[in-house]
Every structure is written in structure tokens, then in C-alpha cells.
Design a protein around this ligand. Structure first.
Ligand SMILES: Cc1ncc(COP(=O)(O)O)c(C=O)c1O
Length: 451
């Protein structure tokens, strides 16, 4: 019988050929860090609902869902029609248009902190703008962020200074930039309070459900504490809701928690599967983008914000249509229930197979750890953060992660790292098929001595 790796190569010869071409063109042969895959990534040809098909004709149940952008699944008919209609009218007017207003009205309706909105082309641009707004508004330099929280790839949010002040995680970031960034553990109120006391903090930015889309859940009492402590210290609170916005609830983690930040960064579901991001927040902070002096050339007294594809008509059409459906709350009810069912059934499976590990989740996002100890989730769903000292992740070995990912692809399931995003297009049958795929993969991993 073939190994997981041999079967992966047998099932995907056309992907392997495409990767040989790609390797001559792109660093690592890929166009996004998360798409890096060994021995080669799969190349997709089309997608519909909860499925996608690769160039070898394999049908795949998708839990990557456009890196979290597709809460409604691939090609939702209303989103597709809105984009097709706009395509006929034009892709870019180089001018204002009504769809951008409808889109922003939806954001304002759904996101509690969104007094005003500014669209960007990506989540990375949104976090860059939010940090700049906070520094400009407070007149302070220091950004506080939490260890392992992901905010895109602009200079302020990658790398972390170590004790010697040298950042160990990313090349090309000036030490001077990192000198203005403090990285602290996420579930540590004392360190947070001390940092806010000792530093002149412009803003605290975080993923409001915890590091890496809730892989390590945030202690829920941290959000009200953060609200109170930042207000007392005169610092702004930024929720990075690029993933959680419109997913944890129609109004994101801020609606679900009842804690309203000063600024919110959005992307992914915001733009209905097309490129787009936004900063939303308090009017007095956002107004720093305005031409208050009345002289277009005066860039000194404001924050400049051009961007060729800001609020482009196609993204506005897709985003407006998607958020209209999000506002009903129906996609959440469906996807959250399936995510909960999947996690419960995976925990049953791991117990039955006698493998160490667990699955856990929040809303329609799920995560898993296999081959390493993991505290049992509360209600077979919620990660027991109290069982985890500090902020350490229960870690899977690199070998186990690759073996799991390849094995699941052999079985027709694409995970996002060691977890996934459930959409409103997934069905109970998809969940059943996914559990069977896990069952076969886990057994093979055991046979190969990986688990
Ligand atoms: C929480 C968070 N913030 C920011 C970003 C960056 O967004 P983008 O990939 O649109 O630049 C991401 C991307 O995954 C994210 O997960």
C-alpha cells in the first residue's frame, strides 16, 4: 500500500507539472506564504459552494474558503450576479460611485464602532492605516501588540524585538521601527497594565478572539479590561477584525462581546471574495484623513490616503451583496452549527482512535491539535484557555502537520493550516464526509508512526 506522500504524488501529477513551471517564476513557487506546500501545492481549476476541483479532476471539500473571505461559500449566486452586473457597467471609474456608499452603509449598520469608514485594498493596508491614525491622534509612538497575533505584513506588525532589542522573526524591518513596538503575551493583565503605565502607548491592536484567528483563544475577560485600561491610559484600542468581522457574528467579535474599540480593521468577508479592506471607527480619529486645511497640497496636517483600487466598483458590488446576506444572521446560524458538529465529532474520533489531541472552535472557525497533549475543550467545542499556562500553543510537530494536510487532500479535504473555516454552503453531508476523511487519515498517520 502507498504511503500518504506517495499517494499524494500519484493523485496530483498535473499539479506537480504546474509547480515545476511556477518554481521558475515565484519564490518557493507560490504567491502567498500560506500556499507554500511540500512536495508541491495543488492547483485549482474551479469552485462552487463548499467544493473546489483541482487540475487533476479531484473534488475537494474546502475549509480554506479563500483564507476566510468566503463565509457564503464559492460563487454565491447573489454575489456573483452583483459582480456580473457591475462588470457590464465598468470595473473602475476613477471616481466616486453609489455602490461604495451602499457598501459603507452596510458596514456602519453592522459594526458597532463604525462611525465612519475608509476602504483600502487589503487587511494589511487597513492595519497600517489604523496604526498611523492612532499615532497621529494620540501624538504618541508606541504600538502594543500581542504575541502570535497576526495583522498582515506591514512593518509595524511583523517581527518582535527580543530582550536585546533585535527582532528575531523578520528580515528587512528597521530596528527603529521595532523600537516603537512592544509585544506582550495575550492573557496577561498585569503585563498589559504595566506596559500601559510605563510606555507612552498610542494603541493596542489585537485579534479580538485570540492569536491566529483564535488558535489560542483570548481569555474573554481581557476585552473589557483592555477597553477600560486603554481608555484610562489615553491609548486607542484597535480590534483587528479582518477574520472575525462578519464571521463571529454579523457585527464581528465586538458585537458578540459587547466591547466597542476605537478603531476596527476589516477585510476578507467585507469584500465578498474580492480584494478589499477597511478601517472603521470614531469620527474624530478618522477625520485625520480629511483635507481640513482646504489645500489639496497640504499633506502636513493630515494623513494622506490614496489607493488606486480603494472601494473599486467590483469589490463594492461583491461586498455590498455579501454583507446584505450577512445582515440576516442566517449564514452564521448555519455555519456555526456545522462547525460545532464537526468539532464534536472530531473529538469523538480522536478519543475512539486513542490519539492525543483535540479539536476546538469558535463560531464557524475550528482548530485541531494532533499528536500532542491538548486540554479537553469545554462542551466539546470551546478551548479551555485556563488549562494553558501563559500563551503557549499546544504544538503539532511539523511532520504531523504535513502528513495530516497531505493525507486530508488525498481524501478530498483542504484544511487551512491545522483548522478551517466552515461556510454557509457546507452541509451535514460535507461534515460526515470530512469526519470519514479524518478517520482514514488518522489511521494512516498511526500506521506510518506519525501519530
Ligand atoms: C487578523 C488579520 N489581520 C490582517 C490580515 C491581513 O489581511 P490581508 O491578507 O488582506 O492583507 C490578515 C490576513 O489573513 C488577518 O488574518
Amino acid at each position: 500500500m502507498s504511503t500518504i506522500l506517495e499517494r499524494f504524488e500519484q493523485l496530483h501529477p498535473a499539479s506537480q507539472r504546474l509547480h515545476q513551471r511556477a518554481a521558475r517564476l515565484f519564490p518557493d513557487g507560490v504567491t502567498h506564504d500560506i500556499r507554500y506546500f511540500t512536495p508541491f501545492p495543488l492547483y485549482m481549476e474551479r469552485a462552487q459552494g463548499a467544493r473546489k476541483w483541482d487540475v487533476d479532476g479531484n473534488e475537494i471539500t474546502d475549509y480554506v474558503m479563500a483564507h476566510g473571505a468566503l463565509l457564503l461559500g464559492h460563487n454565491h449566486s447573489q454575489v456573483q450576479e452583483a459582480v456580473a452586473e457591475q462588470l457590464r457597467r465598468g470595473t473602475h471609474y476613477g471616481a466616486s460611485h453609489e455602490l461604495e456608499i451602499q457598501w459603507a452603509e452596510r458596514v456602519q449598520q453592522l459594526i458597532p464602532s463604525a462611525e465612519t469608514v475608509r476602504f483600502t485594498s487589503s487587511g494589511t493596508e487597513a492595519t497600517m492605516m489604523a496604526i498611523r491614525l492612532a499615532r497621529a491622534f494620540t501624538g504618541r509612538k508606541t504600538l502594543v501588540r500581542f504575541d502570535l497575533h497576526f495583522h498582515g505584513w506591514n512593518d509595524n506588525v511583523v517581527g518582535a524585538p527580543d530582550r536585546e532589542g533585535v527582532h528575531p522573526h523578520a528580515l528587512g524591518i528597521p530596528d527603529e521601527t521595532l523600537a516603537n513596538v512592544v509585544v506582550i503575551p495575550q492573557n496577561d493583565p498585569d503585563t498589559l497594565r504595566r506596559t500601559l503605565r510605563e510606555e507612552e502607548v498610542a494603541a493596542v491592536i489585537l485579534e479580538p478572539t485570540g492569536a491566529s484567528w483564535g488558535t489560542v483563544l483570548l481569555d474573554p475577560t481581557m476585552l473589557p479590561l483592555l477597553r477600560e485600561a486603554t481608555r484610562e491610559a489615553g491609548a486607542l484600542l484597535i480590534f483587528d477584525e479582518v477574520v472575525t468581522g462578519f464571521r463571529v457574528s454579523p457585527g464581528g467579535a465586538q458585537e458578540a462581546s459587547g466591547v466597542t474599540p476605537d478603531l476596527t480593521t476589516l477585510a476578507k468577508i467585507l469584500a465578498g471574495g474580492l480584494p478589499g479592506g477597511a478601517v472603521a471607527g470614531r469620527r474624530e480619529v478618522m477625520s485625520l484623513i480629511e483635507f481640513r486645511v482646504g489645500d489639496r497640497r497640504d499633506f502636513g496636517g493630515r494623513i494622506p490616503h490614496p489607493g488606486t483600487f480603494n472601494a473599486n466598483p467590483l469589490s463594492a458590488a461583491a461586498g455590498g451583496a455579501a454583507l446584505g446576506i450577512v445582515a440576516t444572521g442566517e449564514p452564521h446560524r448555519h455555519a456555526d452549527a456545522l462547525s460545532r458538529a464537526l468539532v464534536r465529532r472530531l473529538n469523538e474520533l480522536f478519543r475512539r482512535e486513542g490519539v492525543p489531541g483535540c479539536a476546538y472552535g469558535q463560531a464557524s472557525m475550528f482548530h485541531l491539535v494532533l499528536g500532542a497533549d491538548c486540554p479537553p475543550p469545554i462542551d466539546d467545542f470551546t478551548w479551555d484557555w485556563q488549562g494553558q499556562p501563559g500563551y503557549h500553543l499546544p504544538r503539532m510537530s511539523g511532520e504531523a502537520i504535513w502528513s495530516l494536510r497531505r493525507g486530508m487532500l488525498n481524501e478530498g479535504v483542504d484544511l487551512m493550516g491545522t483548522g478551517g473555516m466552515v461556510s454557509s454552503a457546507h452541509t451535514e453531508e460535507d461534515i460526515g464526509r470530512t469526519v470519514e476523511a479524518f478517520s482514514r487519515t488518522v489511521r494512516q498517520m498511526k500506521d506510518e508512526g506519525v501519530l
